[in-house]
Structure formats: structure tokens, C-alpha cells
Design a protein around this ligand. Sequence first.
Ligand code: SAM
Length: 249
Amino acid sequence: MNGKTLRNSLRGVKRSLSKIWNRIYLPDLSRNYMDSGIPEKQRKYVDDELRLMYDGKTPSHFIALQKAFEPIASSRSEKNGASVRLLDAGCASGYYNEVIAHLVDIDIEYHGTDFNPSMLRMAREKYPGLNFSRMDLRQLAWRDGDFDVVLSGAVIEHIKEWKRAVGEIARVSKEWVVMHRALVCLKGATFTRSERHYDVDVYRTYIREKDLLDEFGSHGFEYISKFAVYDKGHDSDIDIFTYLFRRKR
Ligand SMILES: C[S@@+](CC[C@H](N)C(=O)[O-])C[C@H]1O[C@@H](n2cnc3c(N)ncnc32)[C@H](O)[C@@H]1O
């Protein structure tokens, strides 16, 4: 057994043990992402990534986002380029508005929503001209089909009732959904465990890819394509992709 195979086997054993443990004991972590210390810590990474983008060394996950938006942008240009109402669901400090403006040829009317008040305070300071509102993805106050596009990046993995969030995302989107940086398992079953992010214990759900596609399918969305986010090789069951869905016509 070589070093890489051994490392993968140990990772598999660790994951199985943590699945068993979390089935026995998983505390309520649903409010932990509201921690007021998270925004500063997260924005440090974001600022580095934005700097790389402006220097022409665009991070791979921004490129995945750009690719996912290409079909949306071309469909808009067929519709005479009318501006696109976009909801960034779980927007954090709202930085995807900058990424889209820099990398995608599309005119967007940006709305960001998040449930962490400190995140929204930072978002409003950074982007005073944009719209931000405080909502929980499990229950959005928007009406059905209020947005042309709903973008959600690395959020539903932190919501134990992720299917409720998918239902809400699908409900408020008229046409497109971009599930950016979605954490999936390709073979194993969906499972949720506790992980430490930004010094806080939060839920992390590894959604079976088929479950994710089926869930959007059950809300009237068809899977269009997926884009690799990181070059992780093919020996892992766990991966991260950006998925594009479109409402069935
Ligand atoms: C890992 S961060 C991702 C932020 C950003 N979308 C990105 O891709 O960098 C997760 C974000 O989801 C938010 N969030 C987590 N659970 C939420 C919920 N139930 N409703 C709304 N926002 C939530 C957090 O406050 C945080 O800003």
C-alpha cells in the first residue's frame, strides 16, 4: 500500500467514525454561523482572492462561477440584454457582485441575503449601493419567481435542513440556479457532521450528488451542467462543483 492509498483509507475510516458519532450525537449548531467573529476572518481570504482576480490570476472557484454564468449571459443577450435580477443566497460580505462584474458580461441587479447580522453590516459598508436583507434560507420572504437567477455558494452544506433551503432557492428563482462550490459525495450517502470553521462548530452536510440533483428536479429544475472547482484528482468520493440548473419549460 503506498502513502497516498494509506492516507485515503485513513480518511475513509475517520469519516465513517465521525458519521457514526454524529448519528449518535449532533448538537444544535443551526445558529452558530451567526457568530460575529466570522466576517473579519472570512473577508481576509476573500480580499486575497479578489486581489488575485484583479491581478489576472483568477482563483479556480471564480472561474467555475464565470463558466456557470456563460449560458445565463448568452440567454440574456438573446433577450436584448435586459438586466438580470440576481439573489446571492448566503451572500456573506457580498463579494460575488464584484466577481460577476469583473468576469461576466452581464448586467445584474444584485440582492444579497444572509442570516448573520455582522456579515450584512460588513456587506453594506463595502457595497453601499447594493441591496442586502437579513433572511434565513430555510424561509425566504421573497415571492415565488422574484429573481431571474439565484446564486448560492457554499451555504446549504451548513444547513442541516438543506432540502428546505433548496426548496426556497428553487421557489424564488424564475429561471436559473447556480449552486456554487457545492460539497458533494459521489458514491456514499448524504451525511451531516459537525466541523470547525472560523473557530466555530458548524454543520457540514456532504450531499450525495444524486440527492442534490433529484431535489432540484423535484422543484421543477433540470440539471444543465457542472464545473470543477478544484483539481482534486479522482480517488476521492468527496468533491466540490458548481452546478447550473434551469427551470423546466
Ligand atoms: C461558507 S459561507 C459562504 C459565503 C459565500 N456565499 C461564499 O461562497 O464565499 C456560508 C454563509 O452562509 C450563511 N448562512 C449559513 N446558514 C444560513 C441560513 N440558514 N440562512 C442564511 N444564511 C446562512 C453564513 O452566514 C455565511 O455567510
